[in-house]
Design a protein around this ligand. Structure first.
Ligand SMILES: Cc1ncc(COP(=O)(O)O)c(C=O)c1O
Length: 233
């Protein structure tokens, strides 16, 4: 099992960090993620043979690392490989980000909690949050699900938030079975995934990143409340 940990740095279940449950895990360091290297990511595995195989695939399929070459520059290519190496500059950026991870996760958590508390007073919305005591959320964003009469106003609310200078997103705009490629390939009936559909069609993700200051949170709250009350009338 390969865990998709693209958004899971800092996420734990029962004290165990995401990525440590399966055979392997992929983390994303794309700019909007909890940690960034500008691009790229991290592959983790508990299996030594998988680590060796992935290391070879990552660098052209060469059979020897630099330190393993008796004659510098000498190696063979016994298998087809790729070039998925991370550059030194990206790695340096990632390492400096790593020293700030606790602060980054704390800021995300504070922003999430402040937004959630403010939004909880509004009717016809629901905030997605973990209800499991064993789980630790790493707060990538705050997902607001519009309910009842508000359901049909999702895109209008997004448009008004954009006009107010508030960037939003949708996680995710289509449940996988409804995406053209997967629908054509596997033909799953997307009606079988009502919760995913509900989140795709009626949710809005608000930002909680560490760059967002308490004043910004208040502004997001004021604007979101005003817009939701207006469309609710
Ligand atoms: C859940 C999930 N998986 C995978 C990815 C892909 O990550 P990357 O762009 O680093 O390959 C993303 C990116 O947003 C994601 O959100």
């Amino acid at each position: 099992m390969i865990e998709d940990c693209a958004l899971a740095v800092g996420t734990r279940y029962g004290g165990c960090h995401a990525g440590l449950f399966g055979d392997a895990a992929c983390f994303s360091f794309y700019p909007v993620k909890h940690l960034t290297c500008g691009e790229g990511g991290m592959f983790a595995t508990r299996h030594e043979d998988v680590a060796v195989a992935v290391n070879k695939l990552r660098a052209f399929g060469v059979d020897r690392k630099h330190e393993e070459r008796s004659v510098p520059g000498m190696y063979d290519v016994p298998q087809l490989g790729l070039n998925y190496r991370m550059s030194e500059i990206q790695a340096a950026l990632g390492r400096s980000q790593l020293t700030r991870i606790d602060e980054i996760l704390l800021r995300r958590s504070e922003n999430f909690t402040a937004l959630k508390q403010g939004l909880s007073l509004l009717p016809n919305i629901r905030v997605l949050d973990s209800t499991c005591r064993k789980a630790i959320n790493s707060h990538y964003s705050l997902t607001l699900v519009l309910e009842n009469e508000l359901k049909s106003y999702r895109n209008e609310v997004i448009g008004q938030l954009k006009e107010a200078g508030i960037g939003t997103s949708i996680y995710y705009p289509q449940p996988t079975p409804r995406m053209t490629y997967y629908r054509n390939k596997y033909g799953y009936d997307s009606d079988r995934y009502p919760t995913a559909i509900e989140n795709s069609d009626h949710s809005i993700a608000l930002p909680v990143g560490p760059h967002i200051e308490p004043d910004d949170i208040q502004y997001i709250l004021d604007q979101t409340s005003e817009i939701l009350v207006e469309v609710n009338q």
